[in-house]
Design a protein around this ligand. Structure first.
Ligand SMILES: Nc1ncnc2c1ncn2[C@@H]1O[C@H](COP(=O)(O)OP(=O)(O)OP(=O)(O)O)[C@@H](O)[C@H]1O
Ligand SMILES: [Mg+2]
Length: 269
């Protein structure tokens, strides 16, 4: 059986006792090396789920296993060494006076030789395409550059699990594609597992599996092709919207979701 790096069982959470559940009985697992996209409307509970996964919030009931450990007050620090998280708004994530100080910050508690730290900072900044800005003042960077530095800070820790909460929203389309390719490479080379919360359906379409959250519950989970064929209220990628449009006009249509390259094959048939 595949090694599971995240195991969530019957997770229920509410922000205030008198309020309704923000998450109700959420269960799912993520295999080592898998790329899972978590999608769902605004307010579905995606960010809340991310905070629960690294122990920044405490559930009312249910259990979370991350990197083989049950998440609790004792294990949460160890888990955070293995699981890095990057949020949507990078402004709250900066502490250092320069970009490289900032990337090094997370490593400072790991008692690592300075030379190793330097090397990791260089590697991580290179991976996100920010090496030339290593001496820059992080507060002066653009939104997308800040996001890339925040991602470098997490990658420098060599995490087993990377949790991205809309961490690419400020990136231009090309940087987004490049960074996704870099992460895919890290996954192939190092078995990095990725849980990416996203509203970008092209990104979700390129991942291994999609988990759909609706009103705090898991509404569906499966291969991108199945999710986009089944979930009609999900804003599908362009290729699927085209298929649905043709279908509505009763034109010759592929039977199910196709990727862009599958479309080309289909059209040339
Ligand atoms: N700190 C908080 N206190 C009280 N309620 C909160 C808090 N944070 C979020 N909520 C509520 O919990 C629900 C889920 O919010 P969450 O941020 O997890 O949604 P999301 O799926 O990440 O949405 P988005 O796509 O907009 O980022 C929302 O109804 C939100 O108003
Ligand atoms: Mg959110």
């Amino acid at each position: 059986m595949n090694e599971q790096i995240i195991q969530v069982k019957d997770l229920t959470f509410k922000y205030e006792p008198a309020k309704n559940n923000t998450l109700s009985s959420v269960s799912f697992a993520v295999n080592k090396g898998e790329w899972l996209s978590v999608i769902g409307n605004n307010g579905a509970g995606k960010s809340t789920l991310a905070l629960l996964l690294i122990g920044l919030l405490k559930p009312q009931s249910g259990s979370v296993f991350v990197c083989g450990m049950p998440l609790n007050e004792e294990t949460k620090w160890t888990i955070r060494r293995h699981a890095g998280i990057v949020f949507q708004n990078p402004d709250n994530q900066f502490i250092g006076a320069t970009v490289q100080d900032d990337v090094a910050f997370g490593m400072e508690n790991l008692n690592m030789p300075v030379e190793d730290m330097r090397q990791r900072v260089t590697e991580a900044l290179e991976l996100v395409g920010m090496l030339e800005h290593r001496e820059a003042d992080p507060s002066r960077l653009s939104g997308g550059q800040k996001q890339r530095v925040a991602i470098a800070g997490v990658l420098a820790l060599h995490p087993d699990l990377l949790i991205l909460d809309e961490a690419f929203v400020m990136l231009d389309p090309r940087s987004r594609r490049e960074l996704l390719a870099t992460l895919k490479q890290l996954r192939a080379e190092q078995g990095l597992t990725i849980l990416s919360i996203t509203h970008d359906m092209n990104e979700a379409a390129a991942s291994d599996r999609i988990l759909v959250l609706k009103n705090g519950s898991v509404a569906n989970s499966g291969l991108p092709a199945d999710i986009f064929s089944e979930e009609m209220d999900v804003e599908a990628p362009f290729s699927e919207r085209l298929r649905r449009l043709l279908m509505s006009k009763e034109r010759r249509t592929p039977e199910s979701y196709l990727t862009e390259s599958e479309w080309i094959q289909w059209l040339c048939k």
